[in-house]
Design a protein around this ligand. Structure first.
Ligand SMILES: *[C@@H]1O[C@H](CO)[C@@H](O)[C@H](O)[C@H]1NC(C)=O
Ligand SMILES: *[C@@H]1O[C@H](CO)[C@@H](O)[C@H](O)[C@H]1NC(C)=O
Ligand SMILES: *[C@@H]1O[C@H](CO)[C@@H](O)[C@H](O)[C@H]1NC(C)=O
Ligand SMILES: *[C@@H]1O[C@H](CO)[C@@H](O)[C@H](O)[C@H]1NC(C)=O
Ligand SMILES: *[C@@H]1O[C@H](CO)[C@@H](O)[C@H](O)[C@H]1NC(C)=O
Ligand SMILES: *[C@@H]1O[C@H](CO)[C@@H](O)[C@H](O)[C@H]1NC(C)=O
Ligand SMILES: *[C@@H]1O[C@H](CO)[C@@H](O)[C@H](O)[C@H]1NC(C)=O
Ligand SMILES: *[C@@H]1O[C@H](CO)[C@@H](O)[C@H](O)[C@H]1NC(C)=O
Ligand SMILES: *[C@@H]1O[C@H](CO)[C@@H](O)[C@H](O)[C@H]1NC(C)=O
Ligand SMILES: CC(=O)N[C@H]1CO[C@H](CO)[C@@H](O)[C@@H]1O
Length: 278
């Protein structure tokens, strides 16, 4: 089922609105990045990139859902990273990364660098060194259309406290990587949130990346019933319903959970408000 969302895309100084529909296994957004120019057809870089993208294998013993691959050397090296959401099992993770790989090659056939996000995973490639580098750009935002029922101050303070706590937990890292989920009861409103960094970042880099993402909230989003901000190295999401898998996400947070609302099968519309459920 397609769902209406409003998007805001941020490229430092450029921002604009767009209405799109997002199905659960459809990409949320992608960027084809050709600031350094597209690669030359039949170049060594192209050969390295295509070899990489057509032959990488995903190791089932890897618990943190993070994968890095390289092919070639010097300025012709092709580097790729993939990260799955911390609560997604390896079969859903591999499906997501394989779709992302196919989709990104179709959408950005000649770009040296590209990145794509899904609900379940992120996939990117470039000739730059990106392993261990905290990157906050390019980024995009999504939010639910309706306002929270809590008062603005209670909501934004409670949300900030929850996201800060989750940032502390995620940046400390666990066997599931730099991932944390949790919930809080605000006046009139429960909120559920998820934060994640790529696990190659240090604790400080992860905190930095998430603070950049969370720092964007007050400008546009602090009373909405659900927001997400995605950056290459980290992202957060919150909703007024639980949208993540508790069994897989139970490390990294000790925030007590209020009773969960019943899980719907896939997608639900509440009044004039659409949200994703898993
Ligand atoms: C890169 O290729 C795309 C077509 O795939 C084209 O639209 C774009 O202008 C090219 N960029 C540069 C910098 O040449
Ligand atoms: C690239 O290589 C293919 C096959 O080797 C050839 O058919 C094609 O003409 C080449 N393209 C360019 C732009 O050199
Ligand atoms: C990536 O490719 C661009 C364009 O050829 C080049 O200017 C840049 O130096 C390369 N980056 C690295 C890290 O090799
Ligand atoms: C992975 O999770 C999905 C639900 O998102 C479930 O349908 C599937 O059976 C799970 N696969 C495994 C191997 O546990
Ligand atoms: C949400 O709140 C803002 C500011 O309080 C208000 O301008 C807007 O109309 C509200 N939107 C909805 C859908 O209630
Ligand atoms: C965040 O953690 C602090 C200290 O453990 C706790 O007092 C506070 O209630 C937490 N905030 C939320 C929203 O859970
Ligand atoms: C990157 O990939 C190599 C080879 O698979 C692996 O040994 C290394 O641990 C990975 N690095 C990270 C930070 O995941
Ligand atoms: C969820 O699935 C159950 C059984 O498959 C069905 O009875 C129920 O109507 C579904 N609920 C929604 C909201 O689609
Ligand atoms: C839902 O929102 C749309 C667009 O804002 C509006 O046209 C429609 O009338 C609303 N429907 C209800 C039931 O409020
Ligand atoms: C594993 C971990 O870091 N847990 C911490 C999560 O955050 C809460 C509140 O900030 C801490 O009390 C936990 O120790």
């Amino acid at each position: 089922m397609d769902l209406p969302w409003l998007f805001l895309f941020s490229s430092l100084t450029i921002a604009f609105f767009l209405t799109v529909t997002v199905a659960q296994q459809e990409p949320l957004y992608h960027f084809c990045l050709d600031l350094n120019g597209n690669f030359t057809r039949n170049s060594t870089y192209q050969a390295n990139l295509y070899r990489l993208l057509s032959s990488f294998t995903l190791d089932t013993s890897n618990e943190n859902g993070f994968y890095n691959f390289s092919s070639g050397q010097g300025s012709n090296i092709a580097n790729a990273l993939a990260l799955c959401r911390g609560d997604v099992n390896s079969s859903d993770c591999f499906t997501c990364i394989n779709n992302a790989n196919d989709e990104l090659r179709n959408r950005c056939p000649y770009q040296r660098e590209a990145i794509i996000w899904y609900d379940y995973c992120m996939f990117r490639y470039t000739n730059r060194t990106i392993l261990g580098v905290a990157e906050t750009s390019p980024s995009f935002y999504m939010w639910n259309l309706d306002n929270a029922t809590s008062t603005k101050d209670a909501f934004s303070q409670g949300l900030a406290s929850l996201l800060n706590n989750l940032t502390n937990n995620a940046s400390s890292g666990t066997s599931l990587g730099k991932f944390s989920t949790g919930s809080a009861l605000l006046p009139f409103q429960a909120i559920y949130a998820l934060v994640q960094c790529t696990p190659d970042l240090t604790k400080n880099e992860c905190s930095y990346c998430l603070s950049q993402a969370i720092g964007e909230i007050p400008q546009f989003l602090d009373t909405k019933r659900g927001d997400r901000i995605y950056m290459p190295s980290c992202y957060f999401r919150f909703e007024i319903e639980r949208f993540y898998d508790l069994t897989a996400a139970d490390t990294g947070t000790t925030i007590p959970s209020p009773p969960s609302p019943p899980r719907s099968n896939d997608t639900t519309t509440i009044g004039n408000f659409s949200s994703l459920f898993y």
